[in-house]
Design a protein. Structure first.
Length: 250
């Protein structure tokens, strides 16, 4: 059976130049999709990711985009739709992570996190809705276990992701029946070697020990969950899927 379950389809992954976004973009390319990624400051990383996707035999493009800006989002989505002629999947991955005790969070910190993590997915989804509806497409938002469980040192981040989870469910109702909308909520994901001693609750090794699956997540774990929503039954909508190895059960 072919593994190219997205052959003939096109996808847009915001913040797809590196880390989790890059892994998602590559997984979609391996599944047969043409893939566009957005970036804001990671131009060189974006170019390398495009090369990797093209090496899979897919069309790929990188578009500079500030997801906080209505005008920038409009231009980016229009460029992708023009290049591919259709848009079947939007993955709202672009996000920022910040740490501060709640009593020390400044207004600027609060707004900066919400502008990217909550306003961004709203703007991109709204702009992409017409081409998505034309092909009965799908949206996958990247939330967080922090939007489900309270992390005292990351109140503004947790609140922004909880808002994205609710936005996912509202979108699922508002955009139905043409577009399904779901959310992948990762737990602690190890991305770089220097992450070995860091985590939202302290040492990553301690978090892995507390996790029923006895390890922390990988970017590939998240990408495969996105692929499930991208290629599974379109009847599934409005769901928040924790990809956390059971950490949220504690």
């Amino acid at each position: 059976m072919s593994t190219e379950v997205l052959l003939g389809k096109s996808a847009l992954v915001t913040g797809g130049a590196k880390r989790i976004g890059r892994e998602i973009a590559l997984a979609l390319g391996k599944a047969g999709a043409d893939v566009a990624i957005t970036y804001r400051t990671s131009a060189s990383e974006a170019a390398l990711t495009v090369e990797e996707i093209e090496a899979l035999g897919r069309r790929a493009m990188a578009v500079e985009c500030d997801v906080r800006s209505e005008a920038s989002v409009h231009e980016a989505v229009a460029a992708v739709a023009s290049r591919f002629g259709r848009l079947d999947l939007l993955v709202n991955n672009a996000a920022v992570f910040d740490s501060a005790g709640l009593e020390h969070v400044s207004l600027e910190q609060w707004d900066a996190v919400f502008e990217t993590n909550t306003r961004g997915p709203f703007l991109v989804a709204r702009e992409a809705l017409q081409p998505l509806r034309a092909v009965q497409g799908r949206i996958v938002n990247i939330g967080s276990l922090g939007g489900i469980r309270a992390w005292a040192g990351h109140a503004h981040y947790c609140a922004s992701k909880a808002a994205l989870h609710m936005l996912t469910q509202v979108m699922a109702k508002a955009f139905a029946p043409e577009v399904s909308v779901n959310c992948v909520a990762p737990g602690w994901i190890e991305l770089e070697p220097f992450d070995a001693d860091k985590g939202p609750d302290g040492d990553a090794r301690r978090i892995a020990a507390r996790t029923p699956m006895r390890r922390n997540g990988t970017a590939e774990d998240v990408a495969q969950a996105v692929l499930f929503f991208a290629s599974g039954p379109s009847f599934i909508t409005g769901q928040i899927l924790a990809v956390d190895g059971g950490l949220g059960l504690n």
